[in-house]
Structure formats: C-alpha cells, structure tokens
Design a protein around this ligand. Structure first.
Ligand SMILES: *Cc1c(COP(=O)(O)O)cnc(C)c1O
Length: 403
C-alpha cells in the first residue's frame, strides 16, 4: 500500500520547489523582446540580484545552469595557461576544478576531504609558496552540495590577504545564495557564481556571475572566453540593445519567473528573514538526525560541527544500503523525494547506498521540513531500522524556538 498520493514534495538539493506564483508568472505567451514591459522588468532585476549577493559590483546573466555559471566565471577570470588554486570540499569543488582544467586553465587542487571545510592556514601556505605569483585566482564553493560542507568565506579571504597574494577570490554560491548568509563586498569576494534553480526558486535555466570592477580590469581581455561567455557585453547598460545583453533572444519565461522569486525573497520576506528561516529549518533537521543517531551509531550527519554545515541541505550516512531503502520508502510510500548521496562512495559502499541528502532549500517552510522528517521517522519504523527516539519532538522544539 502507499500513502504517497497527494501533493508530492521534492526535497532534493536542486532543482528545488517552484512556488505557484513563480509558475504562474512564467505561464504566458511570448512578449515583445525589442521594447516594452519585458525590458523594464529586466532593468528591475539587476538591483535585486546585487542585493541578493551583497554587492554594488557588476552582475551578468546567461541562459544556462550552474555549469554555465562556472564556465562564464572561469573563462573570464583566466587566460590560457594561467593558474587556479581550487579549494575542494566535495564533488562540486572537484567539478569546478575539472571544468577549469578542460577550459585550458592550469589547476592546483587543495583537497580538504569530505568532512571538514577548507583550512585557511593551508590556503595561506599554498599562496606563500607561489613566489612567482602564478595563481590568478582562488576558487571555492560556499556550500558544497555533495558533502554539504560550508566554507568560512571571510576566513579564506583573510588567508589570501595574510599571504600578501594578489589572487582574486571566486566563490560558487549555487547551493547557498538565497539560503545562507552571504555578503560579497563585505567578505571581500571578487567573483560570485550562482544559478536560479536552488535558493532562487526558479526552474533551471539562468546562470549569474557577479564581479567587481577591479576583477574585470585585472582579467582584461582574457583569451578563454568565446563570444557567448564574455562578461563585458553582459554588463547591463553596456549596450543600448536588449538583444545584445542576452547575445540573442532573451529567456523570456524565466525572466518573469525570476522577477516573482526576487520579489518574494528581497522585497516581501527580506534576506535576513530568509536566512533565519533556513537556519531554523536546518536546525530542525539536525536535531532529528542527532536523536536518530543516539539509537544507532550508523546514523550520522556527514559534517560533525554545525558551524561547518550548509543551511540549505544536509548530507547524512545510514550504513549501506539503508539510505537507499529509506529514500525509496519515503518516495513511494509517502510522497517525499530525498536527495541521493553524491560523491560519498567509499570502498565498502561504492554505490553510495549508505548516504542521502535532505534539502531544506528555497521555497520551504516549517510544515514541509517537519513533514519530511516525520516521513523519514515513519520510514525508519516501517523498515525496522534501529534509530533513537524523540527526533520529531526535538525538531518541533527547534521550530517552536525559531518561529
Ligand atoms: C548544483 C550545483 C552546481 C551545478 O549546477 P548545475 O545547474 O547542476 O549545473 C555547482 N555547484 C554547486 C555548489 C551546486 O550546488
């Protein structure tokens, strides 16, 4: 039997739940792309996108997903043969490194493993060792969606400064923007990358890069960016022609959707409240895992220290193949789809059947997160998997204190 019929909940870390309002805003015929309302709407997006990233710098958008955002940032940051230092704390850090390498960048990876954030001391030492100043930029993820490790971006900036190294600092915020506190200018980030399908609650299809004027000048006319990816022509106002801003036809439906999502995040709820909501919902998930784990040492969150955990998604281990069994039960019996373990394979568990991820990202509220946890609790019982008691009580207390 199943109790899955009813409104399903896709609790995977992207694409995230799309608000009905965003869906309705996108459901319309093609507008004029040469003049009129669409042009005004796009003008109104830029200030909100800057607010979201906490910068007064440039922002540019491309039709594409997160990988497109990586490509846009990397291709403009580097010329062929220039060097990147990538701080990897999971599959997405390594993914960006591989992507950059394939573009023709020389890449050094500092691998911090899968359970702890990048260590500023090691970053400082690596930069000090670069006596010829060959490293053009340091690249890292804010939250790595695979391990769900959150890096301490201000501390990493301080490490670059302490080394006295001129490297630019570029941060992938694809999984964290609009969920986790991020302040590009205040934290000294030169280049920020994001996409619209996670915290920004819009179907996949828009990639963004924010960059400072100093970064633009330092990178000049790099030779990696083919015409579509050059950031110069994408700067709003760089051309009078709306057509040129998008290097062709604008992503019309997405622009209406994004306008609605930004209205919800920036103007209605407000960023501080958005961050608080994610903080509390993350805390509820963590409290449940702590309780389950007290009855079964095989159940544990991937990241031990709460300071090191992303506020938008939580990776956990259950001992293979229990995570896969639990995910399947939750989806097929109760209508909640949890995230698969990503980049979490071990020699004993090559298929990652012992890892899963619970997203608490974007358009989520207390009833959705508590519902997902209650379904997981029911799944543990139905499958007769050992677990500690009191998870839902603990999660409810976190919500009670934070609401
Ligand atoms: C999702 C994600 C990506 C990749 O985005 P796609 O849209 O799947 O290309 C890159 N980095 C991080 C941190 C992500 O969460």
């Amino acid at each position: 039997m199943t109790l899955a019929n009813g409104q399903p909940y896709l609790a995977i870390p992207g694409p995230s739940v799309i608000p009905d309002r965003v869906q309705r805003a996108m459901h319309r015929g093609s507008p004029n792309i040469y003049e009129g309302g669409l042009l005004d709407l796009v003008e109104s997006l830029w200030p909100d996108l800057r607010t979201l990233a906490g910068t007064s710098g440039h922002v540019a958008a491309w039709i594409g997903n997160g990988h497109a955002g990586w490509e846009a940032a990397t291709a403009n940051l580097f010329s062929r043969g220039e060097k990147a230092l990538v701080l990897a704390t999971g599959q997405f850090g390594h993914g960006w490194a591989n992507h950059a390498r394939q573009l023709g960048v020389e890449v050094d990876v500092l691998d911090f493993g899968r359970q702890a954030p990048a260590d500023p001391g090691q970053v400082e030492a690596a930069l000090r060792a670069d006596r010829e100043g060959r490293i053009k930029a340091v690249l890292t993820t804010h939250v790595d969606t695979a391990t769900t490790i959150r890096n301490d971006i201000p501390a990493l900036r301080r490490a670059i400064d302490a080394a006295g190294h001129p490297a630019l600092f570029a941060v992938d915020c694809i999984a964290s923007l609009g969920c986790d506190e991020f302040r590009m200018d205040q934290w000294g980030v030169d280049v920020t990358v994001a996409a619209c399908q996670k915290g920004l609650m819009t179907p996949p299809g828009l990639a963004f890069v924010w960059f400072t004027e100093a970064a633009r000048q330092r990178c000049g006319e790099g030779d990696l960016a083919s015409p579509y990816w050059r950031w110069g022509p994408r700067i709003p106002g760089a051309s009078d022609e709306f057509w040129h801003l998008w290097d062709g036809t604008a992503p019309t439906a997405h622009l209406y959707g994004l306008r609605e999502a930004l209205t919800m995040l920036v103007h209605e709820e407000g960023l501080e409240a958005v961050w608080h909501r994610h903080e509390v919902l993350a805390g509820a998930v963590w409290a449940a895992f702590d309780a389950w784990g007290r009855g079964n040492p095989q159940i544990a969150m991937n990241v031990a220290d709460p300071d090191w955990r992303g506020r938008s998604v939580t990776a956990a281990r259950f001992g293979a193949p229990q995570a896969t069994r639990l995910r399947e039960w939750c989806e097929h019996r109760a209508g909640v789809t949890l995230g698969i373990g990503l980049g979490m394979a071990t020699p004993e568990d090559p298929a990652s059947d012992g890892a899963l991820r619970v997203a608490h990202m974007g358009h989520v509220n207390a009833h959705m997160t508590l519902g997902a946890l209650a379904v997981m609790d029911a799944g543990l019982k139905a499958l007769d998997l050992p677990h500690g008691a009191g998870a839902l009580e603990a999660a409810a207390k976190v919500v009670a204190a934070g609401a």
